[in-house]
Design a protein around this ligand. Structure first.
Ligand code: ES4
Ligand code: ZN
Length: 336
């Protein structure tokens, strides 16, 4: 690698970063989950590769391994410990603001009282980390699509009951090929009426048509998780740009799961050139061997992007963050 490129990648890697799309349990370091499994005497050996990383065959198997890993996260205290492990990991990548998807399914099974206890523990630890490390965390309550619309209703109730300055959004993850976005309209409506901002996973696996579905079958969607398959529908790309819909793009995740063979073939640059508001995130960092530093470096190497492009990506992400404006102003100071 020539010296000029190395210098550029080092400068890009050192930038502060804003991240909007990270699944909380999916960010759990494998050593952390292994440690909890040992403490609780649960045999999770089947989900780890010989080198200690998570092992899975494809996206659908990943969702199974993910659920197995979360099975050792039982108490609010476990989630508080996880909060610290995740924020240490993100802070190491220079992340100064992070929005994370939290699933009450894994925090009391959708019971509002239990969810409030888990949330209290997570928030308290996050605020301690903010004081120590200068990283701000906010939560987006997330229902899981393949659990079905009936399971999404109590999750939306959990979201509505805790909507405020920390739980700032509602979203949906899970298997995009199950059902339709509109099947979950009740949950999204309840969340929106409680003042929450909305994002949903589409256009990672379900094609451009799944992005259209998100925009037509749900009201008030401001951001799309992934959304990158929109590239196959030029009229949709134009619409996204015109409406200012923000894409939470996770290039490393997409490449690891084989949607594109390498970052240089990823459509993020084309989407950006077409005027779509793109942002960059890690999705489930240890599962995909992703870090925000690596995302920035790989994009710079693949597309020749200089620091100004990454500064712009950060500004787009901060403007699209669901936090209040006082928080946004605080984070803006950290971006310099
Ligand atoms: C996901 Cl439900 C869920 N969890 C973690 N990562 C995901 N990607 C898409 N859905
Ligand atoms: Zn995701």
């Amino acid at each position: 690698m020539n010296e000029e490129l190395e210098d550029r990648l080092a400068r890009v890697a050192a930038l502060p970063k804003v991240e909007l799309h990270m699944h909380f349990e999916g960010a759990a370091p494998p050593a952390f989950i292994r440690g909890l499994a040992k403490e609780k005497k649960v045999d999770l050996s089947g989900i780890f590769a010989p080198d200690g990383s998570y092992a899975y065959r494809d996206f659908w198997h990943f969702l199974e391994v993910y659920e197995a890993a979360t099975s050792v996260l039982k108490t609010p205290r476990d989630f508080a410990r996880l909060t610290r492990a995740i924020l240490e990991q993100s802070a190491e990548s220079g992340v100064v603001y992070s929005e994370t998807f939290l699933s009450p399914d894994f925090c009391g099974g959708g019971d509002v009282g239990a969810w409030k206890e888990y949330l209290h523990a997570i928030r308290e630890e996050a605020e301690a980390c903010e004081r120590e490390m200068g990283i701000t965390l906010r939560g987006i309550v997330t229902c899981i699509r393949h659990f079905g619309p009936d399971k999404a209703k109590p999750i939306a109730r959990c979201a509505a009951e805790t909507a405020g300055d920390w739980i700032v959004g509602f979203g949906m993850g899970g298997d995009e090929k199950v059902g339709h976005q509109g099947d979950y309209a009740w949950a999204f409506d309840a969340a929106r009426e409680a003042g929450l901002r909305l994002t949903t996973h589409a256009g990672e696996w379900g094609g451009a048509k799944s992005v259209r579905e998100a925009l037509t079958q749900l009201q008030g969607i401001e951001r799309i998780g992934h959304g990158v398959q929109s590239i196959d529908d030029p009229a949709l790309v134009e619409e996204l740009a015109e409406r200012g819909i923000v894409l939470e793009v996770c290039p490393g995740s997409n490449v690891t799961l084989g949607i594109w063979p390498k970052v240089a073939a990823h459509p993020i640059a084309k989407l950006r050139d077409a005027g779509v508001k793109v942002t960059v995130s890690t999705d489930d960092p240890p599962f995909f061997h992703a870090t925000m530093t690596r995302e920035f470096r790989d994009l710079s190497e693949a597309f020749g992007w200089q620091e100004d492009v990454f500064a712009q990506l950060n500004q787009t992400a901060l403007a699209a963050a669901f936090c209040d404006d006082a928080t946004r102003a605080e984070v803006a100071k950290r971006l310099g």
